[in-house]
Structure formats: structure tokens, C-alpha cells
Design a binder for this molecule. Structure first.
Ligand SMILES: [Zn+2]
Length: 235
């Protein structure tokens, strides 16, 4: 095979390899990103829950204030009732006292209800904190693993870059810029094999005459249909 063509085939393989690193790193990093997002979601839930707990506690404080008010009122009413002169007055006081007692009962019931809500919210909070601790622990172990994997890939990548630099230094500049021009639009398929007399870039059939010069491999031949650089592989 023509030396220039041989170098081009090698260069295109190196470029393909270089381009394959980024998606690999992305896939690996995604695992970590997913874990971080999971923890973030739990944090949002926890902060919402804390606000709800604060609100409920505030309601409880208000209710306790009401309970004090109602109790004071009931005491005052019973004091007054010892000093009534008429039955009418006594009845009026009795009605007022009954209402105050009903309000007091309702406020006490409300406290019971709010306590139940607080209990369930605190239990949920504990669940979330446990879940978060588990996720954090898992993420930490994943992190170390991922960092190791990325380091390995980076090392590989540096090795491939070195090979590319070395190869480019040996290459003819005109051949190289010809390749770069095709690579601009063909990306990783600038240099493609010919199999079953077809271009493996555009998959069109190659004419006999062109095919023969590709088999001979004495010069750089491009696909007459798409313009990619072609080379013959042993089938
Ligand atoms: Zn083609």
C-alpha cells in the first residue's frame, strides 16, 4: 500500500479513537451526576418538610394561647356566677360558659390532631435522612471508582495523542491537509474501507476501474460518489 495512504488509514483510526474518549467519560460521569441529583432531590424534600413542621409548630403555639384564653374566661365566668341575682342572668352566664367550654374542647382536640401530624412528619423526616445517608455513602464509593476509571481513560487518551503527534510529524503536509478538509464534513469517516466493491462511507458501488486502482493501492483514491478516501481491506 502507498505509504501516504497507509498513514492516512492509521491517522483516521487514531482520530476515531480520540473521539471515542469523550462519550466514554460522559457515560461514566453520568453515574455520579445521577447520584448527586438524587441527593439534591432529597435535600429539597427535607427543606420543604422542615417548613411544614415549623408551620405546624406555629399552629400549636397559637392553639395553646387560645386554650389559656378559654380557661381564663371559664374561671371568670364561674366567679361571676356566684354573684348573680336573677335566674335570667344565671342562664345567660351558663350559655356563655358552655360556649367557652366547647371552644376549649375544640382547641384541645386540635392540639391532639397537630401532634399526630407532627409525629408523622418527623417520622418521614427520619426516613428521608436515612435515605440521604445511604445515597451519600453510595455516592462516595462510586466517586472513587469513577475517578479511577477517568484517570485510566485520560492516560489512554494521552497515549493516543502522543501517537497522533508522532504520526503527523512524519506525514506529508499536503496529504494531511487533504485529509483534514474531508474530515471537516465526513468527521470520523474521512477514510473508509471498500468492501464488496462498495464505499463504506456512502455505500455506493465503485466502478471497476476505480476499484482496480484501490486494490493496487499505489495512490490515494477518493470515492467518486462522496469524495471520501478509500482503501482496500482483505475480505
Ligand atoms: Zn462514497
Amino acid at each position: 500500500m502507498n505509504k501516504y495512504l497507509e498513514q492516512l488509514v492509521l491517522l483516521s483510526k487514531i482520530d476515531q479513537e480520540i473521539d471515542s474518549f469523550e462519550p466514554k467519560i460522559e457515560t461514566i460521569s453520568k453515574v455520579l451526576k445521577d447520584a448527586e441529583n438524587k441527593i439534591l432531590k432529597i435535600d429539597i424534600q427535607l427543606s420543604d418538610l422542615d417548613n411544614e413542621i415549623k408551620d405546624t409548630q406555629q399552629q400549636k403555639i397559637q392553639n395553646n394561647t387560645h386554650i389559656t384564653e378559654f380557661s381564663t374566661k371559664i374561671k371568670e365566668l364561674s366567679k361571676k356566677s356566684t354573684m348573680v341575682k336573677t335566674e335570667k342572668e344565671a342562664n345567660a352566664l351558663k350559655i356563655e360558659e358552655d360556649i367557652a367550654r366547647e371552644q376549649l374542647d375544640a382547641a384541645n382536640d386540635e392540639i391532639v390532631r397537630l401532634d399526630k401530624i407532627l409525629d408523622s412528619k418527623e417520622a418521614f423526616k427520619k426516613e428521608l435522612l436515612d435515605e440521604k445517608a445511604k445515597e451519600v455513602q453510595q455516592m462516595e464509593s462510586v466517586k472513587i471508582d469513577i475517578q479511577t476509571q477517568i484517570q485510566t481513560i485520560e492516560k489512554e487518551r494521552m497515549g493516543v495523542y502522543d501517537r497522533k503527534t508522532q504520526l503527523i510529524a512524519e506525514m506529508n503536509q499536503r496529504v494531511l491537509s487533504f485529509y483534514e478538509k474531508i474530515r471537516k464534513w465526513a468527521k470520523n469517516t474521512a477514510v473508509v474501507p471498500v468492501k464488496k466493491q462498495a464505499c463504506y462511507g456512502c455505500f455506493m458501488k465503485i466502478y471497476d476501474k476505480t476499484h482496480l486502482s484501490i486494490i493496487r493501492g499505489e495512490e490515494i483514491v477518493t470515492c467518486p460518489h462522496c469524495g471520501r478516501i478509500l482503501y482496500k481491506v482483505q475480505e
